[in-house]
Design a protein. Structure first.
Lengths: 424, 291
């Protein structure tokens, strides 16, 4: 009897341990699950904040940090964000939802911004940091879609401006006898020409929480609407992706297990001829595969239209912070020309402010491509809903089912529309 | 009488701090989990309302949850069957006397000493068709072999079970080995004199004498399998689709990614009740096995 009791108790303990942080309270809750790494760097400033950052593993992080401390006058302690996207999101959710004040400023992505901007966990910044002169230099559509709450509060300072752009392997483009990919016809021609000997024309990361980016990109290119699956353009887009994998076999179905790390490795190894990818090519530079004659970014091709997604990681201020004054000083610095250039110089992050991006301090081939993209493309923030990760995961699951022939196109569109209606 | 009452009071005072800590860290979270399971709690939308048993009813109409339950059953049964058969076999091998026995025992335990998250992350690469060591090994025998294990339901599920087995099997085997070493060699010698072969000795001596030990091990290893989520979290993220999402993984996803804590709590409570019932049944079975 005593043993049975002990086992009952052990069962309860095991299950409860999983839910120890599951209180529905919005007030004082448990501390965050712990940080993988923390550190400080000395400065002469009096103010002090704790920054939750995704950049701590960047080799130039110390240089960025020293300059940020020196120019903002704020001493910055930092907490490293996990590298895995799920874990990162869960950790930030726990910190913010539990009212934990141990972190003052956090770097969050669009998925998190969309989830949290209406939850009341982030401090409005339009009066203290993002004044009118700064706001008018930032991408207006993006600021409105991603960083503005339904009440009209602006909750984040974008740390850069990125595009989900098309990257090609120039050697494969040359081998296909092509000089550019200007439209859908070129795109398909290149797909087919570069698929041979176990190499594919297109590479993707179709893991269920990642594939959303590519589905939405093709939906945009075909003139569809991610929230309307009766729209012919939306249907054409997923049919096109299905055909790439199953009809033309120019991209592997295997990639439904791949995230960016696997996709990039294969692209670097020459297994893929083109991919859609964020950033300014840091991974390709590290692998000595970056350059006009190797892997480089090109403008989006014209399908039904030329369209591209923009993204950013934004600095936000935790409402529970006890160092708001110092945090605002840091955020003002982050939104300044110095702050944006610090990110460009040390992290290759293209400035979000148009005036800073246009300055002579920002130069290089990326700037030329970005200028061309800005001139010729419709630029959108990604289509997201408040229960962001749940929605993304649901759509990804249905897409994987479609690609694996478990459901038809009609069934996919029906289920996708149901998901939109459920989460909108 | 007075003295014994006094000692009892002192004893309670001494125990009280530990008791309070236990109440705060265990009983309170359990009670709170029960309470929340009757609420619809969606932190992102600021919803917190009483819904009675609706979370429990919804659970059995949720296709993701049904997929999770079916894989969890398969995972627990498959993994435990593997633990039992291979674990006992490995323990018997480790119990044999041969040169290098101690070194082998140490090597066998290495996977168990590694964190599951690290193993699962490495496994994601190991089962990759292009870069994985699993297919590289198979290609020694069949150079044309092509399979991306983690994209098909069946192979992904088998891969998850295989990784779980690879990690914890050695620990199970070492615990069985500890039981084996309590069996007196006299019994085997007596059986040998009576004409019993090794197979007969195994079924007539080893297995009966180990049965209680194995049953208790099975209870704990089954409970650990039922609450396991890290292998799936780092290796497949529950994919392809939802086909490898264990129930415990569903709990963490609902609680910490989707922030639907009420629904997550109801799943956790059901999991708790299933585990408690299984433990009770196993314990009563263990009582009947007495050699």
């Amino acid at each position: 009897m005593r043993k049975s009791g002990a086992l009952l108790f052990a069962s309860a303990l095991a299950v409860t341990a999983m839910l120890a942080g599951c209180s529905g309270s919005n007030g004082n809750g448990a501390a965050p699950a712990g940080s993988s790494s923390t550190g400080t760097s000395g400065s002469g400033g009096q103010d002090e904040i704790t920054l939750y950052t995704i950049q701590s593993t960047n080799p130039k992080f110390e240089e960025w940090l020293n300059e940020a401390q020196e120019k903002s006058g704020v001493k910055i302690k930092w907490v490293a964000a996990p590298t895995d996207s799920d874990t990162r999101q869960q950790k930030v959710s726990t910190i913010l939802s539990s009212g934990d004040s141990s972190v003052d400023v956090l770097e969050i992505n669009d998925e998190m911004a969309t989830s949290f901007k209406n939850a009341g966990w982030l401090e409005p910044l339009q009066n203290s940091v993002l004044t009118e002169d700064i706001m008018k230099q930032l991408p207006q559509g993006y600021m409105k879609d991603m960083l503005t709450s339904t009440k009209g509060d602006v909750i984040g300072v974008p740390s850069y401006s990125g595009y989900l752009a098309l990257w090609v392997d120039q050697k494969k483009l040359d081998a296909a006898g092509m000089t550019s990919i200007d439209n859908e016809e070129d795109f398909v021609k290149f797909l087919k020409a570069s698929t041979k000997d176990g190499q594919y024309g297109y590479g993707g990361s179709w893991e269920k929480t990642y594939v959303f980016n590519e589905i939405a990109t093709f939906v945009n290119l075909f003139g569809g609407d991610y929230f309307d699956w009766t729209n012919e353009g939306s249907r054409k887009a997923v049919k096109f992706m299905y055909d790439m994998a199953n009809t033309w076999k120019v991209t592997p179905v295997d990639q439904i297990a791949d995230k960016y790390e696997q996709m990039n490795q294969k692209f670097i190894d020459g297994k893929y001829a083109m991919v859609f990818m964020w950033g300014t090519g840091t991974d390709y530079k590290k692998a000595n595969r970056y350059g006009k004659d190797q892997i480089h970014m090109i403008n989006m091709p014209m399908f039904a239209k030329r369209s591209i997604f923009t993204d950013s990681w934004s600095y936000v201020l935790n409402s529970a912070s006890k160092n708001k004054e110092a945090a605002i000083k840091f955020l003002k610095y982050a939104a300044s020309e110095d702050g944006e250039l610090n990110g460009w110089n040390n992290f290759d992050r293209y400035p979000a402010r148009a005036d800073v991006a246009a300055s002579d301090a920002v130069a290089g081939d990326i700037k030329d491509v970005y200028a061309e993209i800005q001139k010729t493309n419709e630029i959108h923030g990604r289509p997201m809903l408040p229960q962001t990760m749940e929605f993304i995961s649901e759509m990804g699951t249905q897409f994987q089912n479609y690609i694996q022939d478990k459901i038809t196109l009609d069934e996919f569109c029906k289920k996708a529309q149901e998901a939109v209606d459920r989460y909108k | 009488m007075y003295a014994s009452k006094k000692y009892l009071t002192i004893a309670w005072i001494l125990v009280l701090p530990a008791l309070l800590i236990r109440i705060f860290t265990t009983l309170y979270p359990i009670a709170e989990t029960f309470r929340i399971s009757f609420f619809e709690v969606k932190l992102l939308q600021g919803i917190h309302r009483f819904v009675g048993f609706r979370n429990y009813v919804d659970m059995f109409h949720d296709s993701k949850m049904i997929a999770s339950i079916s894989f969890t059953v398969l995972f627990v049964v498959g993994s435990m069957a593997g633990h039992l058969i291979l674990g006992i076999a490995l323990a018997l091998i480790l119990n044999m006397k041969f040169a290098g026995q101690k070194v082998l025992r140490t090597i066998v335990l290495l996977p168990w000493a590694m964190p599951m998250v690290v193993i699962a992350m490495a496994s994601k690469w190991a089962f990759n068709n292009d870069y994985g060591l699993v297919n590289n090994f198979i290609r020694w025998f069949d150079p044309s072999f092509q399979l991306n294990w983690l994209i098909h339901t069946g192979t992904a599920r088998n891969a998850v079970i295989a990784v779980d087995l690879w990690k914890d099997l050695p620990f199970f085997a070492i615990l069985v080995l500890a039981g084996l070493q309590f069996i007196s060699s006299d019994m085997y010698e007596a059986a040998k004199i009576d004409g019993a072969g090794s197979v007969q000795s195994f079924f007539a001596i080893t297995l009966p004498l180990l049965s209680k030990n194995i049953l208790v091990l099975c209870i704990f290893f089954t409970m650990w399998r039922m609450t396991s989520f890290d292998v799936v979290y780092a290796m497949t993220s529950g994919g392809p689709g939802e086909s490898t999402a264990l129930v415990a993984y569903r709990v963490t996803t609902e609680a910490f990614t989707n922030l639907n804590t009420g629904y997550a709590a109801s799943i956790a409570i059901v999991l708790f009740l299933v585990m408690a019932s299984l433990s009770g049944l196993s314990m009563s079975a263990a009582k009947r096995v007495d050699y």
